[in-house]
Design a protein around this ligand. Structure first.
Ligand code: PMP
Length: 383
């Protein structure tokens, strides 16, 4: 079986697995305990914070460890809206955010917040001017993802961040960096980002752990009350083994990013060219998007049918994003890109990993072609 679903989750590095086991067995003290075992865990936690901060080129005091990006996104958005209520109640975001941002905004709307969902262009990217035009005197937060998890569209984060700081310096800028980290370069400082979310399992770390970068001077209302860990922003005993495992993966992802991006770009170009040559297929991603995500639709055929046939051929891919793939509704992201209902029901995402070779890509293209031929019969029969 060839795994082509790295945007859903990635296999942890061997070193990460080993480290998690070792820390779990040997350093199980609670970092809040005053004795030496507590102190030992506390040191591991501080070191982990330093490594993560170094990978992101920020200060260790600006890192809050969480259970992953769903929590980080919730903490950033809910925490900012609650803390800065006096400033206003308006959020600017896009129509293509991950559910952990989109559904959080929808929920906050029910609680009296106003949300503007800025539409995207046909390639899935927002225009900087459209985001800026949506900002009002009432806007507290702008939340835009770096890379879209379904189609790999890259948002103009640096341009949005800089323009916001110039024209609306009090408005906070949150970036869901989950699909961008380790894939594309992004400077938190140069992009004037105030809040930045990550999940470790998307860059070969453990699941159930992640972080939120909170710029010094930005204050949030905590979601979890309790023992006051993580500077009071995230109560609960810290998951030291997974946090240390995440730092291993983070360091490797940051170091390998340039080499991997050029490796993936090459494979992505081949995939795009190959798919574009298959009549009836609609390619929704672009070789200029994130290097690890390729996305196409075969209109008229439900995505699940294609997915399972590709699985029979030995290839594991995805329909929509892993989080929404159990619902057979049209993809919100493809609809936002004006792809139409047929296309939005038949989207297939291919996402690349470190291990993939040109030969893997060629075999996958062959499997897509054969699957289309088999499905053509079904399509014909449906008419
Ligand atoms: N944001 C994006 C862009 C994602 O792709 C995901 C994971 N699919 C998340 C947030 C949420 O991450 P997690 O499920 O690890 O909390």
């Amino acid at each position: 079986m060839k795994y082509f679903d790295h945007a859903a989750t990635t296999p942890p590095y061997e070193d990460v697995i080993r480290t998690v086991g070792e820390v779990m067995a040997q350093h199980f003290g609670n970092p809040s305990s005053l004795h030496r075992m507590g102190e030992d865990s506390g040191k591991l936690l501080s070191k982990a914070r330093e490594v993560c901060a170094h990978a992101l080129q920020v200060n260790p005091g600006e890192i809050v460890f969480t259970s992953g990006a769903t929590e980080s996104n919730n903490l950033a958005i809910r925490g900012a809206m609650a803390r800065y209520r006096q400033r206003g109640n308006h959020i600017v975001t896009t129509t293509v955010e991950h559910a952990s941002v989109y559904e959080t905004c929808r929920h906050l709307e029910q609680q009296g917040c106003e949300v503007t969902y800025v539409p995207v262009q046909a390639n899935g990217a927002v225009r900087v001017e459209d985001v800026l035009a949506a900002v009002t005197d009432n806007t507290v937060l702008v939340s835009v993802m770096h890379v879209n998890n379904e189609v790999g569209a890259v948002q103009p984060i640096a341009e949005i961040g800089r323009a916001l700081k110039n024209r609306h310096p009090r408005v906070l800028f949150h970036v869901d960096g989950v699909q961008g980290f380790g894939k594309l370069p992004l400077s938190i400082q140069d992009s004037r980002i105030d809040l930045y979310s990550l999940s470790a399992h998307k860059f070969r770390g453990p699941k159930g752990t992640g972080l939120l970068y909170v710029r010094e001077g930005v204050h949030l209302t905590q979601l979890l009350t309790g023992g006051g860990q993580e500077g009071g922003l995230r109560s609960g005993t810290e998951n030291i083994p997974y946090i240390v495992g995440m730092t291993k993966a983070m360091r490797m992802a940051a170091e390998r990013q340039p080499a991997l991006a050029s490796h993936w770009s090459k494979l992505s170009r081949e995939l795009h060219e190959g798919l574009a040559g298959l009549p009836g297929l609609v390619v929704n991603s672009s070789p200029d998007g994130a290097p690890h995500i390729v996305h196409f639709s075969y209109p008229g055929i439900k995505a699940e049918a294609m997915l399972h046939m590709l699985e029979e051929e030995g290839f594991l891919v995805s329909t929509q994003s892993a989080c929404s793939s159990k619902r057979s509704e049209p993809s919100r992201v493809l609809l936002a890109m004006q792809k139409g209902k047929d296309c939005s029901l038949s989207g297939i995402r291919i996402s690349l990993g470190e291990e993939h070779t040109e030969e893997d890509v060629r075999q996958l293209l062959g499997a897509v072609k054969r699957t289309m031929e088999r499905l053509q019969i079904v399509k014909g029969g449906n008419r």
